[in-house]
Design a protein. Structure first.
Length: 177
């Protein structure tokens, strides 16, 4: 029952993030560039849930974004699915307790997300390569995501450990009894 409630809460958070991304951050952007809240959200799900949940949420939310705002179906689904998968790998290798580690993860994941999206749009849509504009967008978006991560980190950590306690059951003692 708790897992169902957690999934409902995550879906409601996803709709809220979509609202923020499409309405609120249209007004509060830096040089016309908005943060990528879904990247932070999928990283958060992958870090604090089980192995496959981050990838599934990444693909589903990516398909939703592809249908609503994408120029080509599959670009955001592949990118966010990859972010969810990478988050499970990062969970095994790094600590979630350090704010600096989370910030480095957010910067790295934002970089990977933007590079993959840019590359897939280049392949599918035959867009021109504009490296200077891409680097400008990438740097501003990473800084924006880092600022939001610093602000939202206590909430992310508290809700994340709530999810982790439900999805990652510690069964170390069961093999001895």
């Amino acid at each position: 029952m708790k897992k169902v409630l957690i999934n409902i809460e995550l879906i409601l958070i996803a709709f809220f993030i979509y609202y923020l991304q499409s309405n609120f951050f249209n007004w509060f952007n830096i040089a016309g560039i908005m943060p990528s809240l879904f990247t932070i959200f999928i990283l958060f799900i992958g870090l604090f849930s089980n192995k496959i949940m981050g990838t599934i949420y990444g693909i589903i939310l990516g398909l939703m974004l592809d249908l609503l705002i994408g120029a080509r179906l599959g670009v955001y689904a592949i990118s966010l699915g990859l972010i969810g998968f990478l988050a499970t790998i990062l969970d095994k290798n790094f600590s979630k307790d350090s704010r600096m580690t989370i910030m480095l993860m957010v910067a790295g994941v934002t970089f990977i997300f933007e590079v993959v999206c840019y590359f897939l749009n280049f392949i599918f849509l035959k867009n021109n390569i504009e490296i200077f504009n891409f680097i400008k967008i990438l740097v501003i978006e990473i800084i924006y995501n880092l600022i939001l991560t610093i602000i939202l980190y206590p909430l992310i950590q508290k809700f994340g450990y709530y999810i982790e306690n439900e999805y990652k059951e510690n069964r170390l003692l069961t093999k001895y009894f």
